[in-house]
Write a protein that binds this ligand. Structure first.
Ligand code: SDX
Length: 422
């Protein structure tokens, strides 16, 4: 559907008809609006892209006001209830849920790419004993690009699929190795007869290479649901990084390292670690009014609250609250949940939050579950990165194959010194 926008430039009195398509105008159509012949033409100024679509996408749909999230048209609630993470990863990447045979091939391909080159262990061993596991993950993802030079064949579909298997299969291995390194424990190899989430728990928590360890089924299932909820989220900060790096035709391992670096930030995937720090600091329900006052005075953010797109309850947070109860049946209740629930109740009835449409986001409750599952808080952003790898790769591939895309290179408004001489 195309309509038009008629704009009048009061500097010249000239009028312009701009095409409206899919609810947007093309920024390049504004360049014809000039104050004089020498004028470069009108640009849009949009720091942090608050009102700029950088791409056309068919992967994830979010209606922030209604609190709706769909992967390839399927509501997140249905996928979380009826599918497993690898089925959802396939959907996000290929656009359709896999048939039985497609699923079997997919699981086989991922299962048989979980091992990493032995030299990756030497690279991992080089980190300091107290290195943050997310920093180790960013480093090792980048390092993997040196093990797979064929990943540079980005326009060969077969090569792209091979790198996609490798990255989805190996990120749990790298994540678990980072944890084991930080604990001075021997690395546990992936096991081919465990599901995706269970295999990760096994590589994390098997006491030693000499002991058998059966991951708890309820916890593995809960983790698998959490992986589904984190698989993709349209043009978030790390997906934008993935697309931008991919637009220079860098290999997907290097692009994924950049995306993981973006996710590491406390305003993005690092928020779940900050939420636990905040809830622990609050310590008791009695201290909540003091914290709310600090937030309203602009002295701090309420971590795990607010979202660029959701101006309603993050549907993922709603599902995570349900998963928490299942996990606590096994692990025992995490008392931080009581503080979180009380904090949410107070915040959602306070005008400061209501006016700004600040609701709990995916990070507000996920850390409470991870802590109950005995993950250290510095592993929380790593737990976000594992499933988001499928979303990053889907966004990367869609951008690479989009004929309207080219290398990402924004303009600027130059307000610096005019020419001057020494
Ligand atoms: C994720 O993009 C994605 O989809 C990300 C993600 C994904 O799946 O990839 O959903 C995952 O990153 C979730 C967000 C996790 N981050 C946090 O929980 C950190 C705390 N949240 C804030 O930093 C903030 O809400 C952001 C970064 C999430 C969104 O910031 P915006 O869209 O830039 O909003 P803003 O900073 O312009 O805030 C608008 C107003 C401001 O107040 P005023 O200046 O208008 O008075 O709301 C206030 C902000 O100060 N505000 C908050 C707040 N978040 C916004 N005030 C207190 N606590 C907060 N958390």
């Amino acid at each position: 559907m195309t309509d038009t926008l008629t704009v009048r430039d009061d500097r010249t009195g000239k009028e312009y008809k701009i095409q409206i398509q899919d609810g947007a105008v093309k920024a390049m159509d504004l360049r014809q609006i000039k104050a004089s012949e020498k004028d470069f033409g009108l640009m849009t100024y949009d720091p942090a892209f608050q009102n700029t679509a950088s791409c056309k996408s068919r992967i994830t749909f979010i209606d922030g006001d209604a609190g709706i999230l769909r992967y390839r048209g399927y509501p997140i609630e249905e996928l979380a209830e009826k599918k497993n993470y690898l089925e959802v990863a396939y959907l996000v990447l290929h656009g359709e849920l896999p048939t039985k045979s497609e699923y079997e091939d997919w699981v086989h391909s991922v299962t048989y790419h979980t091992m990493v080159h032995e030299n990756v262990k030497k690279f991992m061993d080089g980190f300091h004993h107290d290195a943050h596991p997310m920093g180790m993950l960013v480093g090792t993802l980048g390092a993997l690009s040196t093990f797979y030079p064929d990943a540079k064949n980005i326009f060969d579909a077969e090569s792209r699929n091979l790198q996609i298997y490798r990255l989805i299969a190996k990120i749990p291995t790298l994540a678990a190795f980072a944890y084991r390194h930080s604990r001075g424990m021997p690395y546990i190899h992936p096991s081919n007869d465990l599901g995706y989430a269970a295999n990760f728990l096994s590589m994390m928590y098997t006491p030693s290479p000499t002991t058998k360890y059966e991951p708890n089924e309820t916890l593995a299932k809960a983790l698998d649901v959490l992986f589904i909820l984190h698989a993709d989220h349209e043009q978030n900060c790390s997906a934008n990084a993935m697309r931008s790096i991919g637009s220079s035709h860098a290999d997907p391992f290097s692009a994924a390292a950049g995306a993981a670096a973006a996710l590491y930030g406390p305003l993005h995937g690092g928020a779940n670690e900050e939420v636990i720090r905040m809830l622990t600091e609050i310590g008791s329900v009695e201290k909540i009014p003091e914290v709310i006052a600090q937030v309203k005075d602009g002295k701090r953010l309420l971590m795990g609250f607010g979202h660029r797109v959701y101006k309603n309850y993050d549907p993922r947070a709603r599902i995570i609250k349900k998963v928490a109860e299942e996990v606590f049946q096994v692990t025992g209740r995490n008392r931080l949940l009581d503080i979180a629930l009380a904090l949410e109740k107070v915040a959602l009835s306070d005008d400061y939050f209501i006016k700004r449409k600040l609701y709990p986001n995916v990070d507000f409750y996920s850390g409470i579950i991870y802590q109950a599952m005995k993950f250290p808080s510095d592993m929380f952003p790593v737990l976000f990165a594992i499933p988001r790898m499928s979303g990053w790769l889907a966004q990367w591939q869609e951008g690479l194959l989009d004929p309207e895309q080219k290398i990402a290179r924004p303009r600027q408004l130059y307000l610096g010194s005019p020419e001057r001489h020494i």
